[in-house]
Design a protein around this ligand. Structure first.
Ligand code: DX5
Ligand code: ZN
Length: 220
């Protein structure tokens, strides 16, 4: 099994010591930095937006994995692409014209990601598989860091992997919410390619060691 991609979530960083935490990420084995945007409407919390994206883009050497937990994301795709996003995830539940939205993300030069809430079945993606680069499976209800992992996610990922294979789709499977060393190996065995981790990285005694451990969690 190849090593998973690891995306520490900025939401769990210390914003009073952001330069320190970004330096830490830069020196670590992280593959991406996950950037959670919450609007207080699609999810019951507000996080951060463009001013922080600008600062992070200037100081972070890792590509940015931008997770838009916002209604009507089409309004802001261009701004997030210009702000330095490498991957832009929109929520399936927030996009009435998902085919158009995903196509637009690619036109803007980014990878197109679609996030699914825990209750959203994967089958709804069947007619947009060609437009998707990454599928972000939410393993918590989005809106807050530090929540408990929903165990059913393992089965959902295994089902998604079969679904992608059956449809010759090479989209990556990313998992977000409550990911830690205790569930990483099961997630990878089920078919996950990329792990987002907030509190399990930044609350660890040494976050860069935690990132390396996640990176090697495919090993028995
Ligand atoms: C939750 C966010 C996650 C969050 C993960 O709505 O989308 O990216 O930062 O944090 P942990 O790893 O602490 O669950
Ligand atoms: Zn996220």
């Amino acid at each position: 099994m190849i090593k998973p991609l690891i995306a520490p979530s900025l939401l769990a960083a210390d914003f009073a010591n952001l330069q320190r935490d970004l330096d830490l990420i830069n020196r670590s084995e992280a593959d991406y930095l996950h950037f959670d945007v919450m609007d207080g409407v699609f999810v019951p919390n507000i996080s951060f937006g463009f001013p922080l994206l600008k600062a992070v883009h200037e100081h972070c050497q890792k590509p940015l994995d931008v997770h838009l937990m916002i209604t009507d994301p089409d309004r802001y795709l261009e701004a997030f692409a210009e702000g330095g996003a490498s991957i832009i995830h929109v929520h399936y539940e927030a996009c009435p014209h998902l085919h158009r939205t995903l196509s637009r993300i690619r036109e803007l030069g980014c990878q197109a990601g679609v996030a699914l809430n825990p209750h959203t079945p994967v089958a709804g993606l069947i007619d947009v598989l060609e437009q998707i680069d990454v599928i972000l499976i939410m393993s918590v209800n989005p809106g807050f860091g530090g929540q408990a992992f929903i165990p059913h996610t393992i089965q959902k990922i295994a089902g998604l992997k079969q679904f992608l294979l059956a449809n010759q789709c090479s989209a990556l499977i990313e998992v977000d919410g409550g990911v830690s060393l205790s569930n990483a190996q099961s997630l990878l065995n089920a078919g996950a390619d990329m792990l987002v981790a907030g509190s399990s990285v930044f609350n660890a005694p040494d976050p860069s060691v935690a990132i390396t451990q996640l990176k090697n969690s495919h090993l028995p």
